[in-house]
Design a protein around this ligand. Structure first.
Ligand code: ATP
Length: 250
């Protein structure tokens, strides 16, 4: 699904990613952890195609295609979803209408016709039921006055509707409380399949109690320096990151 090889990237001439390699196969859930400033959000933004970063070396391959030259929007049309991609408040545009537009824009980019209204409604009903989303919520103005939990719920609903091939959830700064944690975990667990892959970036071991990743990686100083299973997340919670630093320098 996603193959990142020896990725180097900078922002304002400061190198942030320093030779990062990561392989994610369809059907897998990967968690990325690591100390503050290691480059986790940078990685998410670069895969999604945000323009402020400069890739100086390495490759990003999505389903066999080098996506490095593609704009963020084109990557989204190819099935890359990054949480917080649409954090805007849009008074007068409901959660549902926003979603309809986003889906039809993607379909247009893929050379498909607009989704018939009946199918759209069916999809909205299915996904909102799956995620336990209240009807009233769907007719609220996008993000206007949303609580942290409601923003999360909206984001997960967007993910469910877009049915991405690769979902990247950057939860490093989101200050998830227990409810939001459950919303995210529930969304990931219900939406993961053999055809898609999920990367969850988090500081919270607790989130991984609910999601249970296939792999856990430690991103440290711009590289993946250690990979393991859920046990690694437990070990990090118990021991912090210093032992990893020592292991690298040994
Ligand atoms: N737009 C930017 N301008 C300047 N420096 C940036 C920018 N974005 C990121 N950086 C720097 O890149 C480094 C990595 O940041 P990044 O947000 O990727 O780390 P992180 O691992 O996600 O950290 P955290 O766990 O604290 O969220 C930091 O030193 C940060 O200050």
């Amino acid at each position: 699904m996603l193959e990142i090889k020896d990725l180097h990237a900078s922002i304002e001439d400061k190198e942030i990613l320093k030779g990062l390699t990561l392989n994610v196969k369809a059907g897998e859930v990967h968690a990325i952890m690591g100390p503050n400033g290691a480059g986790k959000s940078t990685l998410a933004n670069i895969v999604a195609g945000k323009e402020e970063y400069e890739v100086t070396k390495g490759t990003i391959i999505l389903e066999g295609e080098d996506i490095e030259e593609l704009a963020a929007e084109e990557r989204a049309h190819k099935g890359v979803f990054l949480s917080f991609q649409y954090p805007v408040e849009i008074p007068g545009v409901t959660v549902t209408n926003f979603m309809k537009t986003a889906i039809n824009e993607t379909r247009k980019a893929q050379g498909l016709e607009e989704m018939p209204a009946k199918d759209m409604l069916k999809k909205i009903r299915e996904k909102s039921e799956l995620l336990d989303i209240d009807r009233k919520f769907l007719s609220r103005s996008l993000n206007q006055g949303f609580s942290g939990g409601e923003k999360k719920r909206n984001e997960i609903f967007q993910m469910a509707m877009m049915e991405p091939k690769l979902a990247i959830l950057d939860e490093t700064d989101s200050g998830l409380d227990i409810d939001a944690l459950r919303i995210v975990a529930n969304g990931v667990n219900k939406l993961k399949s053999e055809d898609n892959a999920v990367i969850v970036i988090t500081h919270y071991q607790r989130l991984l109690d609910y999601i249970v990743p296939d792999f856990v990686h430690v991103l440290y100083d711009g590289k993946i320096v250690k990979s393991g299973t859920k046990e690694l997340a437990l070990e990090l919670e118990e021991k912090g990151y210093d032992w990893i630093k020592e292991e690298i320098n040994a």
